[in-house]
Design a binder for this molecule. Structure first.
Ligand SMILES: *[C@@H]1O[C@H](CO)[C@@H](O)[C@H](O)[C@H]1NC(C)=O
Ligand SMILES: *[C@@H]1O[C@H](CO)[C@@H](O)[C@H](O)[C@H]1NC(C)=O
Ligand SMILES: *[C@@H]1O[C@H](CO)[C@@H](O)[C@H](O)[C@H]1NC(C)=O
Length: 304
């Protein structure tokens, strides 16, 4: 569920563990169930991959973007690292748009700088990039409850920041980040101007039958749910762009189609990329044009 090379670690690790279990003949139901139950946060949130992800985080100056590197403390005491990239142009800084980038499930925020850069330079948005707890240089261990708290903490920072509180807030999420963005959008609907979702899923349990057929009878053990398919229909006033890679090998493209179908926002757009796999959709022709068009048509009229 992440965007870069190295692919889908969580699944690779789980499949490998299952193979070992069955090969050694101890692949009994209990062992499998225990593995799925206790290892699932490590499998779903592989924040150590690729190697170095917990110690090295690239910074926006690599892309010549001015930034502040700040630390926010969550209600339960974790320290969340955030890059705040504000436009130099005062109009854009105060009355433009601010996108919160919700990251996929591996690596850290530094790996999403190409996306931050496109939003900053092409769309001229202010950009917020953050590492969930247990990712990059943020403290703690990730799970659904904690990541929701982290994203809420970041949201509250923006709505209280002197520069950014007057801007329109846009949410962007890839894969797991899509679930985070849907969570925030549902909660703060009246304060969100647009939602952009890429290759995200109906829920974590819904991915099990296609990703891990061997574990399909244990879906009930999955305690990390991210129930986007239940929350999304509640978002009725936010324009939503769905970006779907039709060669996605991790999240079946039918899941994006499903989310689009149950979406009740009157302003919804689905863009499909025929040759795009899970981790490279954002590099396909037409991807950024789709976002610019969406921004022009539904969020803002400034970008040409
Ligand atoms: C995406 O994943 C595939 C296979 O896992 C890999 O070959 C490719 O290089 C990756 N692309 C990017 C942009 O990371
Ligand atoms: C999730 O993380 C929070 C905060 O670290 C912790 O209090 C909670 O017990 C965890 N929940 C589960 C199901 O592990
Ligand atoms: C959708 O919104 C309604 C009304 O605010 C709320 O009662 C319901 O719990 C929400 N659905 C979900 C899945 O959160």
């Amino acid at each position: 569920m992440e965007i870069w090379n190295g692919g889908d670690w969580s699944v690779k690790m789980l499949v490998r563990s299952l193979k070992v279990l069955s090969a050694t003949g101890i692949g009994c139901i209990g062992a499998l169930a225990a593995l799925l139950y206790f290892a699932q946060t490590a499998l779903i949130y592989p924040s150590n991959f690729p190697a170095g992800s917990r110690t090295e985080v690239q910074t926006p100056d690599r892309y010549d973007i001015p930034y502040e590197d700040i630390t926010l403390e969550t209600g339960d005491g974790e320290k969340i690292k955030v890059f705040v990239m504000k436009q130099n142009d005062l109009d854009l800084r105060l009355s433009g748009y601010t996108v919160i980038i919700c990251c996929a499930n591996a690596g850290n925020m530094g790996h999403r700088l190409p996306i931050a850069s496109a939003f900053f330079k092409i769309l001229q948005y202010n950009v917020i990039l953050f590492s969930y707890r247990g990712y990059g240089l943020s403290t703690g261990k990730p799970n659904e409850t904690g990541i929701k708290l982290d994203s809420e903490t970041v949201f509250q920072y923006i709505v209280h920041d002197q520069d950014l509180k007057t801007t329109g807030i846009v949410l962007y999420g890839q894969s797991l980040g899509g679930a985070v963005a849907i969570y925030l959008a549902e909660k703060h609907q009246s304060q969100i101007r647009g939602l952009i979702l890429e290759n995200t899923f109906r829920s974590i349990p819904s991915l099990i039958p296609s990703l891990l057929p061997i574990a399909r009878y244990f879906t009930f053990l999955c305690h990390q749910k991210w129930p986007s398919e239940e929350l999304l229909p509640n978002i009725t006033s936010v324009p939503i762009l769905f970006l779907s890679g039709l060669k996605d090998e991790i999240v079946p493209p039918s899941q994006m189609q499903y989310l689009f179908d149950v979406c009740r926002s009157p302003n919804k757009i689905l863009r499909q990329f025929a040759s795009a796999s899970h981790n490279e959709t954002y590099m396909k022709d037409g991807y950024w044009t789709s976002i610019i068009d969406f921004s022009n048509d539904f969020i803002d009229k400034k970008v040409q």
